[in-house]
Unconditional design. Structure first.
Length: 128
């Protein structure tokens, strides 16, 4: 088990994500900001290319194309599968700045069977 929102957790997420299929055009440099957590604000990023997670690290990605900001509570619900990420976005619970078209092009991936399986695998190794 690895603690959620740590570099170790991001490393395990990346390892598990290697099984995701290639998705031509599904590329983005995404910054995540999780606010109000027990350890304060957590910032991490994803570098996604054609559906493959090339890198994910704690910290900031200066040339990110999209920034997603959410509360710790909502991020936790999304991670546990209690809140659909698309619904959270549509309800304004995930604030987005940057290239909205880029983000919209990636949203359908979150409903794919492969991504849902990845979420199940990540949940199984995550300590909250």
């Amino acid at each position: 088990m690895v603690k959620w929102l740590t570099q170790e957790w991001l490393d395990e997420f990346k390892r598990l994500a290697q099984s995701q299929p290639e998705r031509p055009g599904a590329s983005a440099r995404m910054q995540y900001v999780v606010t109000g957590g027990p350890d304060g604000e957590v910032r991490y990023y994803w570098d996604l290319e054609n559906g493959k997670l090339l890198d994910t690290r704690l910290g900031d990605l200066p040339d990110s194309e999209v920034v997603l900001t959410q509360s710790y509570e909502d991020a936790l619900k999304i991670q546990k599968g209690d809140l659909d990420p698309n619904a959270a976005f549509m309800q304004g619970r995930v604030k987005v700045t940057g290239n909205m078209a880029k983000l919209m092009s990636l949203l359908p991936i979150t409903n794919s069977p492969e991504y849902k399986q990845l979420q199940t695998e990540v949940l199984a190794i995550t300590e909250f």
